[in-house]
Design a protein around this ligand. Structure first.
Ligand code: U2F
Length: 452
């Protein structure tokens, strides 16, 4: 399996957890196909090389003043990185491609996160091909291609229209259209515009999705973009061994806690690596979990809560629920948690990685999208694939408890689980030899090698 093919790939992830994970997974997959892998990364949110001993790591000095980088303005941060990284990235890539660089294996291709829109231009100047990794779903990218129409017709989004169906793309509702706060008005539209231009001029786009999940949209996207698309998901299912690219330490005590719980009884709660909650929201979640009377495993990430002392101030009812029935960790080995037989449902923000990981294990979802593509992902989970429910009615304790019981206790939950298991089987089949993602991976490898 590990016969080297004398080609080096340079992978350049956007420095956020939800982008680092799929890029490093892609590196592992392509390493197993014989490529040498170099991860080029920013100093900001740098991945830990010790978890990936087979990869080479090189950092570029992004010059980001972390104290000034607003983590609540993600579009602003992405835009800033797109400015700060250009010169150090070009310098580093040039050095790696020069004969003097001392790299034993020549560079065959660059694979960049598609939100780094400047990499295409640099690659063109240095005459290296730059494939793009898109870390969201294909459906969302398709929506971005019709962004001018949506902008014209639905923006600014008014409360009265939130429940309206998007006529150009049912069953999406206006509330699901990707949006994200930024201090600079219109910045999200500019980023989307850059993203589509970058992708259209690239030699190919890789996705962590699979044909059976997102057809016919993948076909429409192929037509609109006119570039080769490689849906190779669920990518983590190509890797036999697990290895973490977490920026936070995983608390493995939750696995032994899960071992003690009855099968399919636990609601796993995690809202990803970016979303933050107000104190009032956290309290409502805590009381909703307490009222649900079901076991729960809850990830409360440092930085996702305004007041780090919130647990000490929690009402006694919640603390009682923690006596054996609940477990809180700062960061979990999520893929392992979702694969655990005790987990019966996943309350998620529907970041694309979490959505795919849940689908791969056949775990029904309670959807609570926060921003960006998450509304689209959640709508597909609840209305298209019908493997979860939306937290309609808002973040309110009785409502939360009711939704959890719908999934874990009631007949409706069983039907949802049956559909989720059918989709899980499709996800497993597509990474097996001859499956759609397996073929897409073969095609990707040939595509990379044909660039010579
Ligand atoms: C952004 O999403 P997030 O990073 O907030 O969420 P995910 O896409 O679900 O990715 C989170 C990853 O972190 C892992 C989890 C996922 O691979 O398994 N993880 C973990 O290991 N332990 C934990 O306790 C919690 C999570 C963005 F906000 C979304 O809108 C995008 O869809 C996404 C991809 O572009 O990036």
């Amino acid at each position: 399996m590990n016969q080297r093919n004398n080609h080096r790939l340079i992978l350049f992830p956007l420095p956020f957890q939800g982008h680092i994970n799929p890029m490093l997974l892609l590196g592992r997959i392509l390493y197993a196909r014989g490529f040498s892998i170099t991860i080029l990364h920013t100093n900001f949110n740098a991945p830990d090389p010790s978890s990936h001993p087979h990869f080479a790591f090189r950092s570029i000095a992004d010059g980001l003043d972390q104290s000034k980088a607003s983590k609540s303005d993600i579009p602003g941060l992405i835009s800033l990185l797109n400015t700060l990284c250009v010169s150090p990235f070009e310098e580093c890539l040039r050095e790696m491609m020069s004969l003097q660089s001392g790299e034993a294996v020549p560079v065959a291709c660059l694979i960049s996160d598609s939100l780094f829109s400047f990499t295409c231009g640099v690659a063109e100047r240095l005459k290296v091909r730059a494939l793009m990794l898109r870390t969201g779903c294909a459906t969302c990218l398709y929506l971005y291609t019709i962004c001018p129409v949506l902008k014209e017709k639905y923006f600014p989004i008014h409360g009265s229209r939130l429940q309206e169906t998007v006529k150009e793309f049912p069953p999406l509702l206006v509330r699901d259209i990707p949006a994200m706060d930024s201090q600079e008005p219109g910045l999200l539209f500019r980023l989307v515009d850059d993203l589509i231009k970058t992708i259209k001029s690239s030699p190919g786009v890789i996705f962590n999705t699979f044909e059976e999940l997102e057809q016919p949209v993948i076909a429409s996207l192929r037509e609109v973009l006119s570039v080769p698309l490689f849906p190779i998901g669920p990518s983590h299912k190509f890797c036999v061994t697990s290895s973490s690219s977490s920026l936070l330490a995983e608390d493995r005590s939750c696995i032994s806690w899960l071992d003690e719980q009855p099968p399919k009884s636990v609601i796993y709660v995690s809202f990803g690596s970016v979303a933050a909650m107000s104190e009032a929201e956290i309290l409502e979640i805590a009381l909703g979990l307490a009222c649900s009377e079901q076991p729960f495993l809850w990830v409360v990430r440092p930085g996702s809560v305004c007041d780090p002392e919130w647990l000490e101030k929690s009402p006694s009812r919640f603390l009682e629920a923690l006596e054996g029935r609940g477990k809180i960790v700062k960061w979990a080995p999520q893929k392992e948690v979702l694969a655990h037989p005790a987990v019966g449902a996943f309350w998620t923000h529907n970041g694309w990685n979490s959505t795919v990981e849940s689908i791969s294990e056949g775990v029904p979802m309670l959807c609570m999208p926060c921003f960006a593509d998450q509304g689209v992902n959640a709508r597909y989970v609840s209305d298209v694939w019908r493997i979860g429910v939306n937290l309609n009615g808002g973040l309110e304790r009785e409502n939360i408890a009711r939704a959890i019981k719908r999934l874990l206790v009631e007949r409706e939950g069983e039907e949802i689980r049956e559909r989720a298991l059918v989709l899980k089987e499709k996800a497993s089949a597509c990474v097996r030899q001859g499956g759609s993602s397996y073929q897409a991976l073969d095609a990707l490898v040939s595509h990379i090698l044909s660039s010579e």
